[in-house]
Design a protein around this ligand. Structure first.
Ligand SMILES: [Zn+2]
Length: 280
């Protein structure tokens, strides 16, 4: 029963739960806790998938019979190994792709933009645009349009938003989800889940902007750069602006954070608990 329960749990956490979470926009009011829940659900799903084969071996051979059934044990290791290899290969492919795209864009920005201090680059363009290129030599890119049109508090909000992305390495978080997204078979993938995680990351960076400049300046800054587009390799400040402005107006919801942390804990404990049933 336990191996079947683990397989069911893997499907539940990898496929069903992300779809359910993505349909719960209220968690956007607690973006940090919601992101922890998303990560734990993904990690719990992978753990459950990895544990199916060892649990099946333990149930079929018994704890003392593993040495007497080397082929069964080898088959179990092979199945778990295949799951792990799939995740690692996806990690390598996504990491290589993302870093190459970023390096190309960073080189381009360094050529065409004016260099300011602290990795800040200014593009001579009238459209109000702001984004960051994360990585080891990170850049914050602003257009001349942003500098010309935004008053000082709004400019500070935009900079705080971009610096929050870079400081908290939101790019690694998104990379983690992209790796998991691409490591599950395409029928189980949920584009909506990835879009929701992206929105949560933006909402989290907006919180940093509010701390720097207040809600009004942050909302105005969002509005000013709402129409701007940022390149795929970068993280832009203007995406999904209408939803984020609503979130700014509504403020944080601590009770939803508690619920999200509860989901996170349950998602991690469930596969460990099921495995302990066959170990104990
Ligand atoms: Zn952003």
């Amino acid at each position: 029963m336990v191996p079947l329960a683990l397989a069911g749990l893997a499907v539940l956490l990898v496929w069903v739960t992300p779809g359910l979470l993505a349909r719960q926009p209220r968690f956007r009011h607690a973006p940090r806790a919601a992101l922890v829940a998303w990560q734990s659900v993904s990690l719990g799903g992978i753990l459950a998938a990895l544990f199916v084969a060892p649990a099946a071996v333990l149930v079929l051979a018994g704890r003392d019979g593993i040495a007497r059934h080397p082929w069964l044990t080898a088959l179990g290791a092979l199945v778990s190994g295949a799951v792990l290899v799939r995740v690692l290969v996806s990690g390598h492919l996504v990491g290589t792709r993302v870093r190459a795209a970023r390096a190309r864009h960073r080189d381009l920005v360094d050529i065409v933009a004016e260099h300011e201090r602290d990795g800040l680059r200014v593009l001579q363009h009238p459209t109000a645009t702001a984004y960051c290129i994360p990585g080891r030599s990170a850049r914050v890119v602003l257009s001349q349009g942003v500098l010309d049109t935004l008053p000082r508090p709004e400019l500070a909000a935009v900079l705080a938003h971009e610096k929050a992305h870079l400081r908290a390495r939101h790019d690694l978080l998104l990379e983690f989800f992209t790796v998991l997204h691409e490591s599950v078979p395409s029928t189980f993938r949920s584009r909506r889940a990835l879009a929701e995680v992206r929105l949560l990351v933006e909402a989290l960076a907006d919180r940093a902007a509010v701390r720097a400049s207040g809600e009004v300046a942050t909302a105005r800054a969002l509005l000013a750069i709402a129409e701007s587009r940022s390149p795929d390799a970068a993280m832009g400040a203007g995406t999904s602006a209408p939803v984020r402005m609503q979130l700014l107006a509504a403020g944080p919801r601590p009770e939803l954070a508690v619920l999200a942390y509860g989901i996170a804990l349950a998602a991690l404990l469930a596969p460990l608990g099921l495995l302990s049933l066959v170990l104990g």
